[in-house]
Design a protein around this ligand. Structure first.
Ligand SMILES: Cc1ncc(COP(=O)(O)O)c(C=O)c1O
Length: 399
């Protein structure tokens, strides 16, 4: 059976060119970058080069890039790092503004701080497309606001948030304040498809993760603007400018930088992905009744097609598609396996039953027209069959 992968937002394959770039750093060039001998110098040079490549992509200085173990650690380091640094200096409890549609790496970190009484948090609501209104950030601002953390693109519904507009507003606010408001964006889903120039975005901190754009798993980076103090979370050696201890994952970091190089080189593939995504959205809309496209129809990642199928569970569709060789997701990889409906869809105002019908298709470089045709040929029957079996389906669609 042919296997079709449509879950690129969860992860994707490491690109062969990336793997090739990494290989020497497992075999011949294995030195510890902190060692003074030639083996160490070799990997130190590779590390410096990779840092420079990531910095060039984000339009910042090399010294503003910290390598981490991935998106989750970058988000934790951004939020906890800023709050803990501030906490020991300030009298007031810091205030964080974030949104209710963030990835759990941000949401759970904020909730942890709330629980520990180390911060108060405002969770901005979105509209039913998952879009944040920058006016709501203005309204939420307080004298003790220390950090705003808003994701660039949503991993479940693909909605792209107005990061530049928010960044410019925060920069303006900071001109009249003694205590700076820092702005962090989780750009984990954005790297391959959106402009991630940190000066264009006006952000102080930005998280990314290699496995979301053709790099290896377990490696990421955090941009920390010069002058932004963060407390280290991992103690030990002096690596990463004293901000993140531990021997660097040199092969992973080299792979991350190579994957970034390919993102820039292969930009032209994105139009093909967008067209296939549009074909999928239109095909589903035409062939299947009672389906809602979730997320913003226009401001969305070009590879994302996410839906709620009324009267049935997304999980059942997922299993049936998988039996026929097609891999999709019901939402984020992290919440799969949980019976709770997606917090993103609930935040968008969907009721629990509708949210249970969620299904996410995320396309990638290897997706073909034949893949999409195949999905469109099997999905209507799967949905029809499941609706026939469901008491809700029978009543509401009359099948
Ligand atoms: C928006 C977003 N943030 C953070 C993460 C976590 O990244 P990682 O898997 O590298 O820890 C993910 C992964 O799904 C994500 O989609």
């Amino acid at each position: 059976m042919k296997r079709i992968y449509l879950d690129y937002a969860a992860t994707g394959p490491t690109k062969p060119e990336v793997l090739k770039a990494m290989e020497p750093f497992f075999l011949q060039k294995f030195g510890n970058p902190s060692s003074l001998h030639s083996f160490g110098q070799e990997t130190r040079a590779a590390l410096d080069k990779a840092r420079g490549q990531v910095a060039k992509f984000l339009n910042c200085k090399s010294g503003e890039i910290l390598f981490t173990s991935g998106g989750t650690e970058s988000d934790n380091l951004a939020i906890l790092g800023v709050v803990f640094e501030y906490y020991h200096q300030a009298k007031n409890k810091p205030h964080i503004i974030t949104s209710s549609v963030e990835h759990h790496a941000v949401l759970h970190t904020c909730q942890y701080l709330e629980k520990k009484s180390e911060a108060e948090v405002t969770y901005i609501k979105t509209d039913n497309r998952g879009l944040i209104n920058p006016e709501d950030i203005k309204k939420a601002m307080k004298p003790n606001t220390l950090l705003v953390s808003i994701m660039y693109a949503n991993n479940e519904i693909g909605t792209v948030e107005p990061i530049r507009e928010i960044g410019k507003y925060i920069e303006k606010v900071n001109k009249d304040r003694d205590n700076k408001v820092y702005f962090h964006t989780d750009a984990v889903q954005a790297i391959e498809y959106l402009n991630c120039d940190v000066k264009y975005l006006h952000v102080d901190l930005l998280s990314l993760s290699a496995h979301k754009f053709g790099g290896p798993k377990g490696v990421g980076a955090l941009f920390v603007k010069e002058g932004t103090a963060i407390k280290r979370l991992i103690h030990g050696g002096d690596q990463e400018y004293h901000r993140r201890a531990g021997t660097e994952n040199v092969p992973g970091i080299v792979g991350l930088a190579k994957a970034i190089e390919l993102v820039v080189r292969d930009k032209s593939k994105n139009e093909k992905i967008r067209k296939l995504r549009d074909k999928l959205i239109q095909g589903i809309g035409k062939k299947i009744p009672d389906v809602i496209l979730t997320g913003d129809p226009k401001n969305r990642l070009l590879n994302n097609a996410s839906f709620c199928f009324n009267f049935i569970e997304g999980e059942s569709i997922l299993i049936n598609l998988d039996l026929q060789g097609v891999a999709v997701s019901t939402g984020s990889a992290c919440s799969s396996g949980s019976l709770d409906p997606s917090h993103v869809l609930i935040a968008c105002g969907f009721d629990h039953q509708t949210a249970q019908g969620s299904l996410r298709f995320t396309l990638g470089e290897q997706t073909t027209k034949e893949d999409i045709d195949y999905v469109l040929s099997i999905l209507p029957d799967i949905v029809k069959k499941l609706r026939k079996m469901s008491p809700f389906g029978r009543k509401n669609v009359g099948v």
